[in-house]
Structure formats: C-alpha cells, structure tokens
Design a protein around this ligand. Structure first.
Ligand code: GDP
Length: 202
C-alpha cells in the first residue's frame, strides 16, 4: 500500500465541481491547526504537496489529489477557525456537509483529532454528526509524538485518545476504527495507507 505518485488535480468550490471519474476517495478533515497538511504531506512523502491547499483562496475549497492514478485523497476545509466571520463559517459547514451527503465515491472520512490536547466539544460534535448521518469514518489522532510535562498539568496523548474514545463510545455505543499518528515520526503512516487499501478492496 505504498504511494508511488501523487498529483494535485483540482480545487472545487462546490461538490458538483469535483472530479467525476468515480474513483474511490478518502477525505481528510479536522479543526484548523490539527496537522492536516502535515499528515497529507507525510502520506504522500512530499514536503509541499499540501501547500496547494494552504494557498489563499484554496483553504475553503475541496482539494483533490490523485494517488497512484487510481484513487483520491481529498483535503477538505478545516473547521473551527476562530478568526473566520460567522457567515463564512456557516457556508463552509454547509458546503462540506453537502459533500459528505452527496459524494457517492467517498469511501471514508478521516476525521483528524489532536491527541496532544484534551477532547474538544467541536470535534465530538463533528464525529457525532457524521455518525448520525451514517457517513463512514475513521478517527486519526495527530501529534502523538507531543509529550507535555506532567507537572505542568499536561496529559499524555494516550490519555487524551482514551478519553475521546470513551466519549465517542457513549455517543455511538461503539467506536469507529482509529489510528494514532505523528507527522514528525511518521507513526501511523503505513497503517493509514493499509487501512485505505483494505477499504478500497471491500
Ligand atoms: P493544518 O492547519 O491542520 O493543516 O495543520 P498543519 O499541518 O499546518 O500543522 C499545524 C501545526 O502543528 C504546525 O505548527 C505543525 O508543525 C504542527 N504539527 C503538525 N503535525 C504535527 C505532529 O505530528 N507532531 C507535532 N509535534 N507537531 C505537528
């Protein structure tokens, strides 16, 4: 399940503009600053591929990257920007929700959760919306290499992950598949690619 090649294909401003070749795709989404661009770059082993998604004007788009000429990694707009005007925030939400509900070749959403901080309500709400709408999801915990000092009140990534999982289990009765990652050490990289290849072959 290795990435041989990866290319930016296009930025779409509406679900209707997305590629229509029907290839399977996996969408990455998470709070802004969760480490989404770093993870995308780590998955494709390119330092700057995801820069495309960071260009002004592209952060609010659905960005398609074609991998091995046969499937897509999709970078969705991050949520929870403190600085975005309320109106813009609502628009992105609706636009991303439409994508989740209408995109037939979407195999699974990879919801990124920052493991270096305690569970956030906005992430739990996002996961529960996906669950309620039966959108298949995988939880990807990011920044698992980050260790805060206990004496400063910091908690280990493993503890944050455990708390998040138990809150999710309360919501759903069961937890979705989950993977612990770090873009610094590349922890979880192969696991994500293997999981994606298994999901494609179902
Ligand atoms: P995005 O806004 O979700 O695309 O997040 P970025 O990929 O730009 O990362 C946000 C910040 O978190 C940057 O300062 C990154 O260097 C840092 N970061 C991202 N991934 C990791 C990780 O796995 N470990 C650590 N320690 N820092 C990370």
């Amino acid at each position: 399940a290795q990435v041989v090649n990866a290319d930016f294909v296009k930025s779409s401003v509406r679900p209707d503009d997305c590629p229509r070749d029907g290839l399977p795709e996996f969408a990455l989404v998470g709070r802004s600053n969760v480490g989404k661009s770093s993870l995308l770059n780590s998955l494709v082993r390119r330092k700057r591929l995801a820069l495309t998604s960071k260009k002004p004007g592209k952060t609010q788009c659905i960005n398609h990257f074609k991998v091995n000429d046969s499937w897509y990694l999709v970078d969705l707009p991050g949520y929870g920007y403190a600085s975005a005007p309320q109106e813009a925030r609502t628009n992105w939400d609706e636009f991303t929700r439409n994508y989740f509900l209408s995109r037939e070749n979407l195999v699974s959403v990879f919801l990124l959760i920052d493991a270096s901080i305690p569970a956030k309500k906005i992430d739990l709400d996002y996961a529960s919306w996906l669950g309620q709408n039966k959108v298949p999801m995988t939880l990807v915990f990011t920044k698992c290499d980050k260790r805060k000092k206990k004496k400063n009140g910091g908690r280990r990534p493993e503890e944050n992950v455990e708390t998040f999982q138990s809150l999710i289990r309360e919501y759903f009765g069961a937890a979705p598949p989950w993977i612990m990652t770090s873009s610094v050490t590349n922890q979880g990289r192969d696991e994500i690619l293997l999981h994606m290849s298994q999901l494609r072959n179902y």
